[in-house]
Design a protein around this ligand. Structure first.
Ligand SMILES: [Zn+2]
Length: 476
């Protein structure tokens, strides 16, 4: 929520600050040139796409717009006008041509609105000529977040853009996992002193009469090695062709078919491709696991482990992306939210109440002794005590009542100095009108209870009987 509402967007192409303007601000921007400046307002309708665009020219001129800028060149509509179908084009419609002077604001407003409608929220102000100081050329204005240099545009930010659990936020390459499986050559060739005949190609084992070995025989002949060459004696080129294939190169491959040798011309994709193919296509989970055993989990090259798509990783607060915050431990993160330096007053106004909530949750988490954890820590690696205390933190601040909380030794692994904090939070849940049932050995926790049920006398099968029940004082 904080990043969707109160962060600043930057272009992932150039690093420029993304710009977004209201229609009024666009009019102001257009008119912010010396009097006497000649400019045209253009609506970009085609950007880098192929086609002849005959209908586009025809229909637009029928609406009264006869002038176009096609691939940077001014053109006036003529009947049957069309472009080279198989080339890519940029087309802008000229909405208005004017000289800046007093009293034209309402005309400019109208033209801006028309241009933005036609241009899908974006327009180009093209300064043609003017007094000496004026800078000629294009200026891009947009209702969307736009990189003024390249025209890259972002959609309106929403909270799910910052969640790797949704397709709106997840990095498309790793689908939000932050890691991808890559083939590790050391796992494919674990014994470089061995030859192919000795089974050096781990995914394949020793040679036999199957297609991939038929392929390899042909490749070996073409590249000048044989199955008795130890892997470590192969040249880099030979090794590369075994692992990564030979592109489109065709080999004469001999294949035994019904007792006869048949020759095929065929390419060779390499062992890596073979492993990937098995991994992705096989319906046998055993084969799939085996293919996977030649891979290693690596940080996703596209998001760098940040798990979100590029756009989402380029929203920043104080130069930090949401992934940067997720990598901080909770104590550092708590320091960061103590005084967030928002960039604009608007961000400050919207962000401050959100940051206040974040601060409360972090205070609780740090208070119950998990300040060393990071937000990107996988939940499955947490201990039982850690995850219980974290789940409690999500309850603090909700105004739920009438809930029964059951906790199993929440103090496990907790430093004694943090006990009080945990007990306090359980008491505050009770005070809201909830019941808290805790299984505990911890003395402070037991003494803080309203009602104790003592089970025993021994542990496990030696216990299970209610020994006593009542306020904690019954135990003394
Ligand atoms: Zn990724």
């Amino acid at each position: 929520l904080l990043y969707a509402r109160a962060a600043t967007a930057y272009s992932y192409e150039t690093g420029n600050r993304m710009r977004q303007q209201s229609d009024d601000e666009i009019v102001d921007g257009l008119l912010d040139v010396p009097e006497g400046t000649k400019l045209q307002i253009l609506a970009p309708v085609v950007r880098g796409r192929k086609g002849h665009y005959r209908e586009l020219f025809e229909q637009t001129s029928a609406q009264g717009f006869e002038r176009f800028r096609v691939n940077g060149e001014m053109r006036v509509y003529e009947e049957g006008m069309k472009l080279e179908r198989y080339e890519t084009h940029d087309i802008e419609v000229v909405i208005d041509r004017l000289v800046v002077k007093d009293g034209i604001r309402s005309r400019v407003s109208q033209s801006v609105e028309t241009a933005l409608e036609m241009g899908g929220g974006t327009l180009i102000a093209n300064v043609v000529d003017g007094p000496e100081a004026v800078e000629t050329g294009d200026h891009l204005f947009s209702r969307h977040l736009v990189d003024p240099e390249t025209g890259l545009s972002y959609e309106e930010p929403s909270p799910n853009m910052f969640s790797f659990n949704t397709p709106y936020g997840a990095c498309p390459n790793c689908e939000g996992l932050g890691t991808t499986n890559e083939i590790d050559p050391d796992l494919v060739l674990p014994h470089p002193e061995k030859t192919i005949n000795e089974g050096a190609l781990a995914p394949l084992g020793p040679p036999r009469d199957i297609w991939i070995f038929n392929q390899l025989e042909a490749v070996a002949e073409a590249y000048g090695f044989d199955f008795d060459t130890p892997i470590e004696d192969l040249t880099d080129e030979q090794l590369t062709v075994i692992l990564e294939g030979a592109g489109d190169e065709q080999f004469d491959i001999t294949y035994g078919y019904k007792g006869r040798d048949v020759k095929y011309k065929h390419r060779f994709g390499g062992l890596h491709e073979h492993i990937w193919h098995t991994y992705e296509e096989t319906s046998s989970s055993k084969k799939r696991r085996r293919a996977e055993s030649f891979m290693r989990e690596m940080d996703c090259p596209e998001c760098g482990g940040g798990r979100l798509k590029q756009e989402s990783l380029h929203y920043r607060i104080d130069d930090k992306s949401i992934a940067d915050l997720a990598r901080m431990d909770l104590t550092q993160l708590r320091e960061f939210v103590e005084d967030v330096p928002f960039e604009t007053e608007r961000q400050e106004r919207i962000g401050a109440p959100i940051v206040k909530e974040v601060r409360e949750r972090l205070d609780f988490l740090v208070g119950v002794g998990v300040g060393y954890l990071t937000l990107d820590r996988p939940a499955r690696t947490l201990s039982g005590g850690e995850s219980q205390r974290i789940r409690l933190a999500t309850q603090v601040g909700t105004q739920l009542t009438g809930v029964l909380y059951v906790l199993d030794e929440p103090t496990i692994g907790l430093h004694p100095r943090d006990n009080d904090r945990l007990i306090q939070s359980l008491e505050s849940l009770r005070d809201l009108g909830n019941s808290v049932l805790v299984v505990e050995h911890d003395r402070d926790m037991i003494e803080s209870a309203d009602h104790v049920i003592d089970l025993g006398p021994g542990a496990g099968t030696h216990g299970g009987h209610v020994i006593t029940t009542g306020p904690p004082s019954v135990l003394s």
